[in-house]
Design a protein around this ligand. Structure first.
Ligand code: GLN
Length: 237
């Protein structure tokens, strides 16, 4: 079975190795006998007709400014795909732009596409370091580095809670956001390489949507991935 993975803006929005998320999903699908089909969608490229998983990565404020015009043109289409239950994972800079807007430190307002009911404001401090987040899908280990502070609306579910990390804004101990099958997070790492259970959560949701059946994924040997997570866990910054 083919599983279509769309990577949005792989050139402009890919700091701290977020492309690794695409590689992890593709490899875990292959190991289980699925056929991942990768679509790299840059400025001006059309989205493919079939879409199971959409990924977006982090970027500098300048990278975000480069893509907002193109992203705005896709707003209706991306929101429709999200409403239709596609699985999406947006990290850091793309997470911010899946909210209503990102007001940079320089006062530039970068409009987002409002998939998430949240806003982000640039600050003069940087939230940086390894971070652990407790989520309904288990613990997630990652690395955050952002100066944008994100505020969720009161009805928007965070992806997790991070009692010892900075997360969305350093104040409310919330990390990321989730609505339907769309996930946003500040965790780089890339997030899926150190958190195979979360990679499988995304894969399971995507396959369930495509097949219309509950799925039990074949277990894989995750020793190396979990060892990497343990090292990150032991090095708080
Ligand atoms: N430029 C944004 C910020 O600093 C996003 C950074 C990132 O994607 N790591 O908040």
């Amino acid at each position: 079975m083919k599983v279509h993975i769309v990577h949005l803006y792989p050139k402009e929005m890919n700091i701290y190795g977020d492309t690794g998320n695409r590689l992890v999903l593709a490899q875990r699908l292959k190991w289980r006998g699925y056929e991942p089909v990768i679509h790299l969608v840059g400025l001006g490229d059309e989205l493919p007709k079939e879409t199971d998983i959409i990924l977006g990565g982090g970027g500098q404020d300048s990278g975000q400014a480069l893509i907002i015009e193109d992203l705005a043109k896709r707003k209706t289409e991306l929101k429709a795909i999200a409403n239709d239950g596609a699985t999406m994972l947006m990290i850091c800079g793309m997470y911010q732009l899946f909210g209503h807007y990102f007001l940079t430190q320089n006062g530039q307002k970068l409009p987002g596409i409002s998939v998430f009911d949240l806003i982000t404001r640039g600050s003069n401090k940087r939230l940086i370091g390894n971070i652990i987040s407790q989520t309904p899908f288990g613990e997630l280990v990652g690395y955050e580095n952002h100066s944008g502070l994100t505020e969720l609306s009161k009805d928007l579910q965070p992806l997790g809670q991070c009692p010892n990390g900075q997360g969305n804004n350093g104040l409310d101990k919330k990390e990321g956001a989730t609505v339907q099958n769309v996930f946003g997070s500040y965790l780089h790492g890339p997030i899926l390489s150190k958190n195979p259970h979360f990679a499988d959560e995304l894969i399971r949701r995507a396959i369930e949507r495509r097949t219309g059946h509950k799925q039990q994924l074949t277990p894989l040997n995750d020793d190396l991935e979990l060892a990497a997570a343990n090292i990150a866990r032991s090095r708080p910054r």
